[in-house]
Ligand binder design. Structure first.
Ligand code: SAH
Length: 399
C-alpha cells in the first residue's frame, strides 16, 4: 500500500479523528497512488496514523476512513460502514408516517463524499469524491442488498465532483428502474411529489423535517407567510395544523408547480392558501407598502454564505431579510427564521437577529432553537458538518 507521510506537527488533527488531510500537510507520497486508492497516512517519524483515500487533484488530498491499523479497508469494511449508517436510522425506517430521509451523510457517517437519500422505494446517491467513485459498485451492491430499492439514481453535484477532478455524473440511473417523473413520498404524514431526477438539491429538503413539524404546532388559527417555500414543506404542515390562511412565496415557477401538485395530493386545495411567485425581498416590501400583516412568518432562504469569507456580506443579507419580516408581524407574532450557511454559526445568527430587531424597532424573545435532524448527524470530530440552524422568535414592539 502507498504511504503518505505528513510534515512534522501536522498529525494533530488526524489524531483528533478529523477526516481531512490538506495537501499542504503532506511531506512525501511514496509511489503514485491513483485517485481514490486506499493509502496509509504516517506521521513524520513513519508511525502509522490512519488509512484513507488519496486524491492529488483536491485541496483535501486524503480523506481518512480508519484509525485502527489492524482493520483493513477492504470490501467487507465498506459493507459494514454502510450497514452501520443504515442501522443508525432504524427509528426512521420504522416510522410509518415518513419514508423520505438521508440514509448516509458523508463524513458525518464516516463515508467521506457519499450521500444517500431515500425517496419511498427509490434511492438517490451523490458520489462527490474519487474514493467513493472508486468503490461505487460495492456501495451500490450493499445498498441494493440491504434496502431492495426499485431503483438507484445518481444526483451527484457536479461542482463538488470537479473539486475532486471528476466530471459530472448527475442524472444517471445506476441500478434498477427509472423513477417516474414524480415519486410520491410521505413526511410526518404529509404527502409530497418529488422530482428526484431534476428537482433542487436531491429533490426535497428532508433536513427540515423536524422543524416543519415544530413550527406547524404554532400555526393553528394563524395567518402564516412561508417565504422561500420551495414545494411547500412548511406551508403544507401549517395547513394540516389548521392555520387560518397560508401564503407561500418562491421565485421558482417549477417549485411552485410542485407545491400546487402537493396541495392537490393532500386534499388541501379547498383550504385558504395563496401562492406568490416573486423575489422574497421585493414581496416583503410590497406587503409593507400595502399594510399587510401576518401572525407567523417563516424564512428559509438558500445558503447566503458559501464560505467563511462570505460571512460579512451574508450577515448583511440575513439582517435585511429578517428586518423586513419583523416589520410585517402582528404584535406578539412569531418569526421562524433559518440559515443553512455552515459558516454562520448560531451565536452569529442570534446577533444578526438582535441587529435586525433593533433596526426594526422590535423586541425579540428566542423561544426555540432549531438544528438539523438525526439523519444529518453532526460528528464531534467533524464540526464542518453542522450547517442548519434556526430560531423561533416571539416579536413585540419596542417598549
Ligand atoms: N422551505 C423549503 C426549502 C427552501 S429552499 C422547504 O421546506 O422545502 C430555498 C428556496 O428559495 C428555493 O425554492 C428557491 O427557489 C427559493 N429562492 C431563492 N432565492 C429566492 C428569492 N430571492 N426569492 C424567492 N425565492 C427564492
Amino acid at each position: 500500500m502507498h504511504v503518505v507521510k505528513l510534515k512534522k506537527g501536522k498529525e494533530k488533527a488526524v489524531k483528533q479523528l478529523h477526516p481531512w488531510v490538506f495537501s499542504g500537510a503532506i511531506e512525501t507520497v511514496n509511489g503514485h497512488p491513483v485517485n481514490g486508492e486506499i493509502i496509509i497516512v504516517n506521521d513524520n517519524k513513519d508511525i502509522f496514523l490512519a488509512y484513507g483515500f488519496y486524491n492529488n487533484q483536491s485541496r483535501v488530498a486524503v480523506r481518512l476512513l480508519e484509525w485502527d491499523e489492524k482493520i483493513i479497508v477492504n470490501e467487507n469494511w465498506w459493507r459494514k460502514r454502510i450497514q452501520k449508517a443504515i442501522k443508525a436510522r432504524s427509528k426512521l425506517l420504522l416510522d410509518t408516517n415518513t419514508n423520505t430521509y438521508r440514509l448516509i451523510f458523508s463524513e458525518a457517517d464516516f463515508l467521506p463524499g457519499l450521500i444517500v437519500d431515500r425517496f419511498s422505494d427509490f434511492l438517490s446517491v451523490q458520489i462527490l469524491t474519487s474514493g467513493i467513485e472508486h468503490h461505487k459498485e460495492i456501495i451500490l451492491d450493499e445498498l441494493e442488498l440491504l434496502l431492495k430499492p426499485s431503483g438507484i439514481f445518481d444526483r451527484s453535484d457536479s461542482s463538488a465532483r470537479e473539486h475532486d477532478g471528476m466530471t459530472a455524473s448527475n442524472g444517471k440511473l445506476l441500478r434498477g428502474l427509472q423513477p417516474p417523473e414524480y415519486v410520491t413520498v410521505k413526511e410526518n404524514g404529509v404527502l409530497y411529489d418529488v422530482d428526484i431526477t431534476s428537482g433542487q438539491k436531491s429533490g426535497f429538503y428532508c433536513d427540515q423535517r423536524d422543524n416543519r413539524r415544530i413550527v406547524a404546532e404554532y400555526c393553528k388559527d394563524k395567518k402564516v407567510l412561508d417565504c422561500f417555500s420551495y414545494s411547500g414543506g412548511f406551508s403544507l404542515n401549517a395547513l394540516k395544523n389548521h392555520a387560518s390562511e397560508v401564503t407561500s412565496i418562491d421565485s421558482s415557477a417549477s417549485a411552485l408547480d410542485t407545491l400546487k401538485r402537493n396541495l392537490d395530493i393532500n386534499n388541501f386545495k379547498e383550504l385558504n392558501h395563496k401562492i406568490i411567485q416573486s423575489d422574497v425581498n421585493k414581496q416583503l416590501r410590497a406587503f409593507r407598502e400595502n399594510g399587510e400583516k401576518f401572525d407567523l412568518i417563516i424564512l428559509d432562504p438558500p445558503k447566503y454564505a458559501p464560505s467563511r469569507s462570505a460571512v460579512n456580506k451574508a450577515s448583511r443579507a440575513y439582517k435585511d431579510l429578517n428586518r423586513q419580516a419583523l416589520l410585517l408581524l402582528n404584535e406578539g407574532g412569531l418569526l421562524a427564521t433559518f440559515s443553512c450557511s455552515g459558516a454562520v454559526d448560531m451565536t452569529t445568527f442570534k446577533q444578526i437577529l438582535a441587529w435586525a430587531a433593533l433596526d426594526a424597532g422590535k423586541q425579540v424573545q428566542f423561544i426555540n432553537q432549531f438544528s438539523q435532524p438525526e439523519d444529518h448527524p453532526i460528528r464531534s470530530s467533524f464540526p464542518e458538518g453542522e450547517y442548519l440552524k434556526g430560531l423561533l422568535c416571539r416579536v413585540f414592539s419596542f417598549i
